[in-house]
Design a protein around this ligand. Structure first.
Ligand SMILES: *Cc1c(COP(=O)(O)O)cnc(C)c1O
Length: 398
């Protein structure tokens, strides 16, 4: 087909209320504040970041980054297998492995790349990959890229996963799921999935981008919360741009798993190593996450406060106990109107629409962090209730 004009496609996206627009955000305009942002000159309280522990703007991270940049420079200069693998990377990998209580960890530049690398290394053409229907886009793309046959089971339905594993030819080599689902906040049934994967000798890959640092007695995430270890969940993916406030990702598991990824994961091999200052800042973040458990406790306590207040105020909630709190609205236009109303009330909460979520499940996605204050949470609930009341009144049939 010849080159086509793009305008009609863009107009079509706009008509469906699915046009995405970026806001240019000035983050953390005041020292010490971890939640205020300035958007179009207006100061808003940010309830949409993934900075669950309030670390992204922590001065210790900035100091570690600056000190490392002075010492090592800004860039790593090459990939890990050439000359880009430095002391900060090596030390961070050891500390990450210790944090999650596993033999070894491997740093990736992003979570997206970690998932591509892991799934492609463990599954190939002629095998099959099984995913939760609401898995993160990076896991879906990983399944596609691997060239394996890939199928999805209904959200959080471990029985369905087990059935698909049993009837799967070719053999399923990878069963992958989010630990905490990124847009829904609910937690995968990891114990049941782990049993199913073991019974059918599949690799269980858990991408716990939103659980690590937040859930579990030691902040090791959804796997720890489920009481599972490295034998139950042999492949754990974590990201560093969420609870740890920096950038990057890691995969952790056995010595052999990591050694195989170094040989086979193309998104690890063929890309420039993360800048060492980013690794240094992440080491500072890990230290704080270990030493200040009050941060994850506070994020979860504010989550409980938000849920109680929202329930009281008649704001719809989803079935999530994590700091990801979707407000189901079911319509892109309503979700955008709610986002706009909250913005006018001083809150930055983003509408989530297809293709990020299935049509009919449009929502606002509220996130709670250790940086929020209780009264900000209460004020958000008040603004949400008011916004939904106004939107419903104006769209009710007359
Ligand atoms: C954010 C996210 C990723 C991607 O991580 P990045 O480091 O931002 O590329 C992967 N999986 C899940 C579940 C995520 O939420």
């Amino acid at each position: 087909m010849k080159r086509q004009p793009l305008e009609p496609t863009l107009e079509d996206i706009e008509r469906q209320h699915l046009r995405r627009r970026r806001a240019t955000v000035v983050a953390y305009p005041e020292k010490g504040s971890h939640v205020e942002v300035i958007v179009d000159g207006r100061k808003l309280v940010d309830f949409s970041s993934n900075d669950y522990l309030g670390l992204a703007a922590h001065p210790a991270l900035a100091a570690a980054m600056a000190e490392c940049a002075e010492r090592c420079g800004a860039g790593s200069g090459a990939s890990h297998l050439i000359s880009g693998h430095g002391h900060e990377h090596a030390a961070l990998e050891e500390e990450l492995a210790a944090f999650v209580g596993r033999p070894r960890a491997l740093l990736f530049s992003t979570g997206y790349m970690a998932n591509l690398g892991v799934v492609s290394a463990l599954a190939s053409r002629g095998e099959s990959v099984l995913l939760d229907r609401l898995s993160h886009a990076s896991l879906i793309d990983a399944g596609l890229l691997s060239g394996a046959r890939f199928r999805r089971y209904p959200h959080c339905d471990a029985d369905a996963a087990r059935r698909l594993l049993a009837e799967s030819t070719p053999q399923t080599s990878v069963l992958a799921t989010d630990g905490v689902f990124s847009m829904d906040g609910d937690i995968a049934p990891l114990a049941a999935l782990s049993q199913a994967a073991r019974a059918h000798e599949a690799w269980l890959v858990v991408d716990d981008a939103h659980g690590i640092g937040v859930l579990g007695a030691n902040g090791r995430g959804a796997v720890e919360l489920a009481g599972l270890g490295c034998d139950d969940v042999p492949v754990l993916v974590g990201t560093l741009g969420k609870a740890f406030g920096t950038f990057g990702a890691f995969v952790s598991g056995s010595q052999d798993l990591i050694e195989l990824l170094i040989q086979r994961a193309r998104s690890y091999i063929y890309t420039t190593a993360l800048p060492q200052p980013v690794a240094a800042a992440t080491r500072a973040a890990l230290k704080i996450a270990r030493e200040e458990p009050w941060r994850r406790e506070r994020a979860l306590a504010l989550t409980a406060r938000f849920r109680a207040a929202a329930h009281e105020a008649g704001v719809p909630l989803a079935d999530s106990v994590t700091p990801i709190q979707p407000i189901p609205l079911g319509d892109a236009r309503i979700a955008l109107a709610a986002q706009q109303a909250l913005r006018e009330a001083g809150f930055w909460v983003v509408a989530i629409r297809p293709p990020t979520v299935p049509a009919g499940s449009e929502r606002l996605r509220v996130t709670l962090t250790a940086g929020h204050e209780g009264n900000q949470v209460d004020a958000l609930v008040g603004a949400l209730a008011e916004a939904l009341r106004r939107i419903r009144a104006s769209s009710a049939p007359s």
